[in-house]
Design a binder for this molecule. Structure first.
Ligand SMILES: NC(=O)c1ccc[n+]([C@@H]2O[C@H](COP(=O)([O-])OP(=O)(O)OC[C@H]3O[C@@H](n4cnc5c(N)ncnc54)[C@H](OP(=O)(O)O)[C@@H]3O)[C@@H](O)[C@H]2O)c1
Length: 321
């Protein structure tokens, strides 16, 4: 089997086989395709079999793309997936080089309005799911001297209004990953955290609109009215905000203007896939990867401004619908 090798400049290590959770769309799908294209055996965790078939159908090396039905909140499904992976690795005489914990859900809205179960469910996928999958695959990863890449977000370092569930989940991911990195050091197993800024995926685009247009409209009207007195206008603002994000900046100046106006734009999922590849293959992997200039500047502002000023200039502003 061909193994993945990067340019000499980075002196990259070879990776043989990688599992990616949440590969049905967005960053997970882009990473599955990218690593497969580079010759890596990819176990693509999906929740629906048609997503797996679609990935395989478009893969450059279809024999090296193996869909796994993997709901990360389902302990039995994780156990079945682990046996499947073990079997394939044994049959092909290879070992597991990486786990990319990418699956997540996202819910937006004021704390007072969102039902408690929404908080629980998001943690269940984005945090407990990550813990469960990591624990299940650690022995196989150890055999292959493998690495772990955990998907966080700039929301794992900075908090924004209406993002309590997502930021809390990603902050948990950050703490979990830091502890795991220290614990796995004796085996030379690296743990990296990837923190993208806004990226063009269903989670960022369709879900953001859906949260405000469909889901939120089902919550108690009086509670909603306290935060969004003109709910119809809010829905329009959210839709316009996402449309603006989706319009690519024409040049550097337009990027700068948009950054200064607090508007931003969306990165392509394959930009994040390349960063994940670095975390898996570099001889000098970072512990954290803030992806994109927006995420880096937001975090810089977070460090420089302190709580009150960050809240006022960014935290409360960016999602002020
Ligand atoms: N897009 C951004 O702007 C952005 C920014 C920072 C960080 N991130 C992070 O990047 C990662 C990927 O998100 P994305 O933006 O690519 O969004 P996405 O396209 O919605 O991908 C999320 C994936 O997670 C899967 N998933 C949801 N619940 C699951 C469960 N219980 N078990 C297994 N898989 C499950 C989804 O599967 P279904 O297709 O079946 O729903 C989907 O394939 C997430 O960790 C997200 O927090 C995204």
């Amino acid at each position: 089997m061909r193994t993945l090798r990067k340019s000499k400049r980075d002196e990259a290590i070879d990776i043989r086989a990688v599992i990616i959770t949440g590969s049905g769309s967005g960053i997970g799908a882009a990473t599955a395709s990218w690593l497969n294209e580079r010759g890596c055996l990819v176990f693509a965790g999906v929740r629906k079999s048609d997503q797996g078939e679609a990935l395989k159908a478009t893969a450059k090396h279809p024999d090296n793309l193996i869909p796994l039905l993997l709901d990360v909140t389902d302990g039995d499904a994780i156990a079945v997936a682990r046996e499947q992976v073990k079997q394939v690795l044994a049959n092909r005489g290879t070992q597991l080089s990486g786990l990319v914990n990418n699956a997540a859900d996202e819910n937006l809205g004021p704390v007072e309005v969102l039902p408690l179960e929404v908080f629980r469910n998001e943690m269940e996928v984005g945090y407990f799911g990550m813990v469960a999958v990591t624990k299940a695959f650690l022995p196989l990863l150890r055999e292959g001297n493998g690495r772990i890449v955990n998907m966080s977000s700039v929301n794992g370092r900075c908090t924004f209004k209406y993002h309590a569930t997502t930021c809390a989940t990603k902050y948990a991911v950050e703490a979990f990953s830091d502890a795991l990195r220290m614990e796995l050091k004796p085996w030379g197993m690296h743990v990296a955290i990837v923190e993208p800024g806004p990226t063009d995926t269903p989670l960022m685009v369709e879900k953001t609109v859906e949260e405000f247009t469909q889901k939120m409209s089902r919550y108690p009207e009086d509670e909603l009215a306290m935060y969004f007195p003109d709910y119809a206008a809010t829905v329009q603002n959210v839709t316009a905000f996402v449309e603006r994000l989706r319009t690519p900046p024409r040049n550097r100046w337009s990027k700068l203007r948009r950054l200064l106006n607090g508007q931003g734009w969306l990165h392509r999922p394959d930009e994040v896939a390349r960063v994940i590849e670095h975390a898996l293959t570099s001889r000098k992997p970072k512990t954290r990867y803030l992806v994109g200039i927006q995420a880096k500047l937001i975090y810089l502002a977070r460090c420089l401004l302190g709580d009150a000023r960050f809240d006022r200039f960014l935290g409360e502003k960016v999602f002020d619908f």
